[in-house]
Write a protein that binds this ligand. Structure first.
Ligand SMILES: [Zn+2]
Length: 420
């Protein structure tokens, strides 16, 4: 327990980075235990009462702090390598992604970090196949029981044509074969920490939804791993469970009202689209690299608009190579118009920063553009839950997240000479 708590203790300023109601993120529930730990680590321990309003300059309006939901459990997910385009290379989704964002938000007194609460399996099983969830939960133990020590990657996929004309196939027994049954690519391994990290990211999203429904206008869930590539029966894209979709489903169930999802990751959120493709009560609008050239290649085209009762409730805006600030923001305005017409009282943003000009993908968005984009979303005035998806240029990831959120709050842009 003490070791776990060290995950959420920031020793340099000497404070807890996550603690809600006297409960630290690792579950230390006793305020006595917490205060003893605090005393043992720093004489500059923070007070138990949280500060609800940030300090401000006289010219700035009073703005409530934005709640940031964060769990250190994501650090358990450490993919040692990936296989992309046949090349053995560095994994894109590393723990420092979330830590870099956390560091920048901690440096800004406009944010308040809170721990997620456990929401159990029920909200997950409301959207995902129980077989998929069971596989994710047990695969690492089964794999290592076979004497394997390397990360579990698929090598054979159930291509749709393999069973053409022969009906469906049952899930195999081999762990390796099952990986190819459930996963669709080669850079989302199962390692020891995959499942606990994925569960924690779902709890981050669901706790964010709780906070939103309790009346906060803007909530940011620092999810890692991301989630928007996971469908009912399939996972991949550095994603294991669909954080944004699960949060959206719970908002619909709890309020009886529709919800809109705005996906601003570079990659199309194939999983989110698929989960709600026949639903009129969840609008899915996505801006992304045109799948004619951009991963995941097989979804995200403009003519995919939903099916049956969901016809018109899916809208894709694929964007060209080299898309820069102006065209992107013009497309965003179109997306926000679609959302306004849908009339959902609440909005979920699947937020990726792999649209950044220094990220590995082919868009050219600047740090300043992220502030403008956040501002445009915030101007809509809907209670908004922002959940982190991709973004892999770690040196500027925190700066981009911070400016996006400042924009959404209506706070000023802070020019950054190091982040173009
Ligand atoms: Zn992405």
């Amino acid at each position: 327990m003490t070791v776990d708590c060290q995950l959420c203790w920031d020793s340099s300023p000497g404070r807890w980075i996550v603690r809600s109601g006297g409960i630290c993120c690792a579950g230390l529930e006793s305020s006595l235990q917490v205060s003893l730990l605090v005393q043992s680590r720093s004489r500059r321990a923070p007070p138990m009462t949280r500060v609800r309003r940030r300090s401000r300059r006289p010219s700035e309006p009073v703005v409530a702090v934005v709640k940031v939901i964060y769990s250190p459990e994501h650090k358990q997910l450490v993919p040692p390598y990936s296989v992309e385009a046949g090349v053995h290379g560095a994994p894109p989704d590393v723990p420092d992604r979330a830590e870099a964002i956390l560091r920048d938000l901690l440096a800004d007194d406009g944010f308040e970090i809170e721990a997620p609460t456990e929401h159990g399996l029920e909200p997950i099983l409301a959207l995902h196949d129980p077989g998929l969830v069971r596989f994710l939960e047990t695969a690492w133990d089964l794999w290592t029981a076979e004497g394997r020590t390397q990360p579990l990657y698929p090598d054979t996929f159930m291509h749709r044509s393999m069973r053409e004309g022969m009906g469906s196939v049952q899930e195999p027994e081999s762990t390796l074969a099952r990986m190819g049954y459930w996963c669709f690519e080669t850079f989302t391994p199962i390692v020891e920490g995959s499942y606990p990290a994925a569960r924690a990211a779902v709890n981050v999203g669901l706790t964010g939804a709780d906070v939103l429904l309790a009346g906060e206008p803007i909530v940011y869930g620092l999810c890692r791993p991301p989630g928007h590539h996971v469908g009912q029966h399939i996972f991949g894209g550095s994603s294991y469970l669909n954080n944004a979709a699960i949060a959206a489903e719970q908002i619909v169930r709890r309020t009886g009202e529709p919800v809109a999802i705005l996906d601003l990751d570079y990659h199309h959120g194939n999983g989110t689209q698929q989960l709600f493709y026949e639903r009129p009560d969840v609008l899915y609008v996505s801006l992304h690299g045109d799948p004619i050239r951009a991963w995941p290649y097989f979804s995200g085209y403009a003519d995919e608009t939903g099916f049956g009762a969901g016809e018109g409730a899916t809208r894709n805006i694929p964007l060209p190579l080299g898309c820069s600030d102006g065209p992107y923001i013009a497309a965003l305005d179109d997306a926000l118009e679609l959302i306004a017409r849908h009339g959902s009282p609440r909005l979920i943003v699947s937020l990726g920063f792999d649209t950044y000009r220094l990220d590995a993908e082919d868009f050219e968005l600047t740090n300043a553009a992220f502030h403008t984009i956040g501002g445009r979303v915030g101007e809509g005035g809907r209670p908004t839950l922002i959940l982190q998806e991709g973004g892999y240029y770690v040196p500027h990831l925190g700066r981009n997240a911070r400016q996006w959120l400042r924009g959404a709050e209506g706070r000023a842009f802070e020019p950054d000479s190091e982040a173009p």
